[in-house]
Design a protein around this ligand. Structure first.
Ligand code: HEC
Length: 221
């Protein structure tokens, strides 16, 4: 193993460790480390010549959106004809689309959305987007409300009085910690809504792409 491949492998083993933690958390599978091991294998096979000084950095994409290092997530997106544009997978209207493999590995956005949802939304909307006595199950909401309505609701908030009690959805429009990642949060809830992602932590993820990193840096900076 030369140095370049080793670095790549270490990075991917880190992903594997997250997958393994997830297995423990979900307490129903000891096989979750396997997909990450597979991802490592795939990435090693696909790595371009490491001695090439012009080799693109890991996680980067060709102009047609192809991942430079193919992996199960980008392979699936390609097979389903889902385009990668401006740092995430999108449908033909440009709305974010979650990509979830059968081993429950996800694109970066969906992964980040899982983390951020459980930071910012789950106190009211319940873990895994399943709802609470106070706020609706967003996994159900996204079956009927579209992307633009979702963004507008999170940005402006919502309030309803039912039986003398005010149910208030705060407005997050000024909160960069939410709005800079709202497409990621949407993507995660959409995956829960479509039923492609079960409750719990995804088993692994793609690396963040330079475009996604830049967009987040520009937004929060
Ligand atoms: C303080 C509690 C609270 C937090 C935190 C919160 N929400 Fe809400 N949210 C609500 C309540 C309550 C409603 C229902 C309001 C109503 O009935 O008008 C709601 C409604 C919504 C709706 C509309 C659902 C529908 O079916 O019409 C969306 C979308 C939504 N929230 C997204 C989010 C997201 C995304 C986050 C995290 C960034 C979040 N909310 C955080 C309380 C909260």
């Amino acid at each position: 193993m030369n140095k370049f491949i080793k670095t790549l492998a270490v990075a991917l083993i880190t992903v594997g460790a997250v997958g393994a933690a997830a297995a423990k958390e979900q307490a129903n599978s000891s096989a979750a480390a396997a997909p990450a091991a597979k991802l490592m294998q795939v990435a090693e096979d696909a790595a371009p010549n490491p001695d090439d000084p012009n080799a693109p950095p890991p996680g980067s994409r060709k102009p047609d959106g192809d991942a430079v290092y193919p992996n199960p997530v980008s392979d699936l997106a390609k097979k389903d004809g889902i385009k990668f544009e401006d740092g995430r997978y999108r449908n033909k209207d440009g709305d974010p689309v979650p990509v979830v493999t059968k081993d429950y590995m996800v694109d970066w956005g969906t992964w980040n959305g899982f983390r951020r949802y459980h930071d910012a939304c789950h106190v009211c909307h319940g873990p895994n987007a399943l709802g609470s006595t106070f706020a609706p199950a967003l996994a159900d909401s996204l079956k009927t409300i579209d992307y633009n309505t979702f963004i507008a609701t999170v940005s402006s908030g919502k309030r309803e009085n039912r039986g003398g009690t005010d149910f208030v959805m705060p407005s997050f429009g000024e909160d960069k910690n939410i709005m800079c990642y709202i497409d990621d949060i949407y993507s995660y809830i959409k995956a829960r809504s479509l039923g492609t992602l079960p409750p719990g932590r995804p088993n692994g993820r793609e690396d963040i792409s330079p475009d996604a990193k830049k967009a987040a840096d520009d937004c929060t900076g």
